[in-house]
Design a protein around this ligand. Structure first.
Ligand SMILES: NC(=O)c1ccc[n+]([C@@H]2O[C@H](COP(=O)([O-])OP(=O)(O)OC[C@H]3O[C@@H](n4cnc5c(N)ncnc54)[C@H](OP(=O)(O)O)[C@@H]3O)[C@@H](O)[C@H]2O)c1
Length: 231
């Protein structure tokens, strides 16, 4: 039976690769993006007019989330995937020099937005069969790595891990599984061309791992192959 996934930041990078793989296997995708009608999503919509549902969504905007929520009212979602993310500036992310405006902007996208989106679309997830909310975090948020760089990005991913565990415990009694993932180091605009794996490899691993997960995996932090990551 086909599933319905909703993916934020579905227009490029890892989000687009997951969208492509899901459409290929016959699932439906609610492709949420700031511009869901251009570029690669426009081509996919032409190929899959029934299975691809483009939705305009800026994950940092309450008005945009409210409009998307209204557009999707009554629509069951099996898997809600918080994928949209920002790295922040390549400099001014050190312990001794931080761009505070950039830090706030990254927190809006990487920390507050996944919770905003999860809260807004929880009724849709509860109406679905899958009952899963997954968030793309990063191994860079692991405190165990004890790092000395990328303060803005790393702290945002540590924070979203904590926020999602609190959220996961809040919806545990509703049988909604909440999971955090490291997608690998992926060849995207964010990961760069020298990264380890292609977006398709990451997408296939994430889909396989999410498919095989349920309530037993709620509040887990794993990579795209399903291997646990130390918090
Ligand atoms: N690539 C890696 O190696 C890697 C490693 C670990 C974790 N991750 C995480 O994986 C996720 C996807 O990363 P990626 O590599 O695919 O990045 P990417 O190629 O830079 O794509 C980022 C996506 O996020 C969207 N986005 C940013 N701000 C948004 C907003 N306010 N509203 C809606 N969408 C917004 C972008 O949309 P626009 O096109 O509109 O800007 C784009 O679709 C992120 O959470 C990232 O932190 C990536």
């Amino acid at each position: 039976m086909p599933q319905t996934w909703m993916i934020t930041g579905a227009n490029r990078g890892i989000g687009l690769a997951i969208t492509i793989e899901l459409l290929r296997r016959g699932d439906r995708v609610i492709a949420a993006a700031r511009n869901p009608w251009g570029g690669a999503l426009a081509e996919l919509a032409a190929e899959h007019p029934a299975a691809l549902i483009p939705v305009e969504l800026d994950v940092t905007s309450d008005a945009s989330i409210a409009a998307a929520k209204e557009a999707l009212a009554g629509q069951a979602i099996d898997v809600l995937l918080n994928n949209a993310g920002l790295y922040g500036p390549r400099d001014r992310q050190s312990g001794l020099d931080v761009d505070f405006d950039a830090w706030r902007e990254v927190f809006e996208v990487n920390v507050y937005a996944p919770i905003r989106v999860a809260q807004a679309f929880l009724p849709n997830v509860e109406a679905g069969q899958g009952r899963k909310i997954a968030t793309i975090s990063s191994r860079m948020g692991s405190l165990a790595a004890n790092p000395g760089n990328a303060l803005i990005y790393r702290s945002s991913k540590s924070a979203v891990n904590m926020a999602m565990v609190v959220f996961g415990n809040s919806v545990r009694a509703r049988d909604v599984s909440v999971m955090l993932f490291h997608p690998g180091w992926v060849q995207t605009d964010m990961g760069g061309s020298g990264a380890d794996i292609t977006p398709a490899e990451s997408a296939n691993g994430l889909i396989r791992t999410i498919d095989a997960s349920g309530m037993a995996e709620t509040n887990s932090f794993r990579d795209y192959t399903g291997e646990a990551i130390t918090w």
